[in-house]
Design a protein around this ligand. Structure first.
Ligand code: PLP
Length: 444
């Protein structure tokens, strides 16, 4: 042990077994999975149907290169996704994860404009406090300053407008509706500044995940965004890698915003941790422009459309839909929000508790009235994560403030099968972890 090069130099426990909502380590300790890693394990860790589907596919066919073959699991997964996708979405491109899906979305947007005679369109507009992946194209799109910093010279120039972040950016006395329109209008201004004829796409997470801890937009924001994109012929890419696949209580998060994108990316919950898989979905308009133009999307990876991964994705999606888990996500989400509010709503260092479905965020602040963030040097969210592990709870330290520093948010995204009793366990362990992290930090 010890030669694996990971994202942390800390000594991590070795995970050996997953069962329902728990992961067990080599020493026999059990950890309640309060965040699904980072919103991955939507069906829990030992789903018999997904395991059986993977075994059955493995007995038939593990791999066939997509340059030569399509496959039944890939085709049937795509069909099922399209049946339940937002209006107008018609084609699916299967990949191996979220960053790949975002890269493909950006390249598809570019090729679409080449095929339709607008080669000058190449600019992407995104939002600050966003995360779209760690490969260079996706990292360039993301607006998380500290993740970008080291690689800045390698990133293509991208414009970043403010996110829709009611807790921090709605002005005193401003209605949520007026704030949503004002926030969306930043996109209009940025398109005008860059020159509408040069702008290719706007990319956003409908509910912001890794950088801000489950921040949904206010009502009306995305409708205005859709109108602005349409007015200027700009493609709307929604990144639902984290918030999609039922996490917020509807299969696609954007259903709750009442809009459809031109391109949407999904990943984490699609494979639910059983297989690495992601997907990029697009409208018939985009697909047809390419199919009837040059003939093919100039892209591809060795493992895209992988039959085993597709079989897992199909079993996960069938599980979410067939077991009617979406209403359960909505109901348990309300239970989680209420339990968090009861336990932490009056806490002097909890500024906001928010989210949709089983996708919830807690923002920790030094001062509740002034919403002052903690000094990043205190590393509060890293401490919460560590003390939570000590309590036997996995929670995700989402972090990123508006000025690009690491912020202190806790992201919760438990499996859709979490029971009410386990929600109580989660909130109890989290409350203790937060207090332990703050005790040490504030005393220091
Ligand atoms: N997009 C969003 C919204 C994400 O949250 C993530 C990962 O956290 C990604 C893209 C990148 O996905 P992956 O880590 O599978 O490459």
């Amino acid at each position: 042990m010890g030669h694996v090069f990971g994202r942390s130099n800390a000594q991590l426990p070795s995970a050996v077994r997953g069962e329902g909502c728990y992961i067990h380590d080599a020493s026999g300790r059990a950890y309640l999975d309060g965040s699904g890693g980072a919103a991955v394990s939507c069906l829990g860790h030992s789903d018999p149907d997904v395991r059986a589907a993977i075994h059955a596919q493995l007995d038939q066919l593990a791999f066939a290169h997509t340059g030569f073959f399509t496959s039944e699991p890939a085709e049937s997964l795509a069909e099922l996704l399209i049946e339940h996708a937002p209006a107008g979405i018609d084609r699916v491109y299967l990949l191996s994860g979220g960053s790949e899906a975002v890269e493909a979305a950006i390249k598809l947007a570019r090729q679409y404009f080449l095929e339709t005679g607008e080669p000058q369109r190449h600019r992407v507009i995104a939002r600050r406090q966003s995360y779209h992946g760690n490969t260079l194209g996706a990292l360039a799109a993301g607006g998380n300053a500290w993740r970008r910093e080291k690689y800045a010279p390698l990133l293509v120039e991208t414009s970043h407008i403010a996110p829709c972040y009611e807790y921090r950016l709605r002005a005193e006395g401003e209605s949520a509706e007026a704030y949503g329109l004002r926030a969306a209008d930043e996109l209009e201004a940025e398109i005008q500044r860059l020159g509408p004829e040069t702008v290719m796409a706007f990319i956003a997470e409908p509910v912001v995940g890794a950088t801000a801890g489950a921040v949904p937009a206010v009502e009306g924001y995305f409708k205005r965004i859709r109108e602005i994109c349409d007015r200027h012929g700009v493609l709307l890419i929604l990144d639902e890698v984290m918030c999609g696949m039922g996490r917020t209580g509807t299969l696609f998060a954007c259903e709750q915003d009442g809009i459809s994108p031109d391109i949407v990316t999904i990943a984490k919950g699609l494979g639910a941790g059983y297989m690495p898989i992601g997907a990029m979905l697009c409208t018939a308009k985009i697909y047809t422009a390419i199919a009837e133009g040059s003939g093919a999307f100039q892209h591809g990876h060795t493992y895209h459309g992988h039959p085993l991964a597709a079989a897992a994705g199909r079993a996960v999606l069938t599980g979410i839909l067939g077991r009617n888990l979406l209403p359960q996500v909505r109901a348990r989400g309300e239970v989680l929000q209420a339990a968090l509010t009861e336990a932490l709503g009056q806490h002097p260092h909890v500024g906001d508790i928010r989210g949709r479905g089983l996708f919830r965020g807690i923002e920790l602040v030094a001062d509740r009235d002034g919403k002052t963030p903690f000094n990043p040097a205190l590393k509060i969210n890293a401490k919460v994560k560590r003390f939570a592990m000590d309590e036997g709870l996995i929670c995700y330290p989402a972090g990123g403030t508006l000025d690009g520093q690491r912020g202190d948010h806790v992201l919760l995204a438990p499996p859709f099968i979490i029971s009410e009793e386990q929600i109580g366990e989660l909130v109890g362990k989290l409350s203790r972890a937060i207090d332990r992290a703050l005790d040490g930090a504030i005393a220091a």
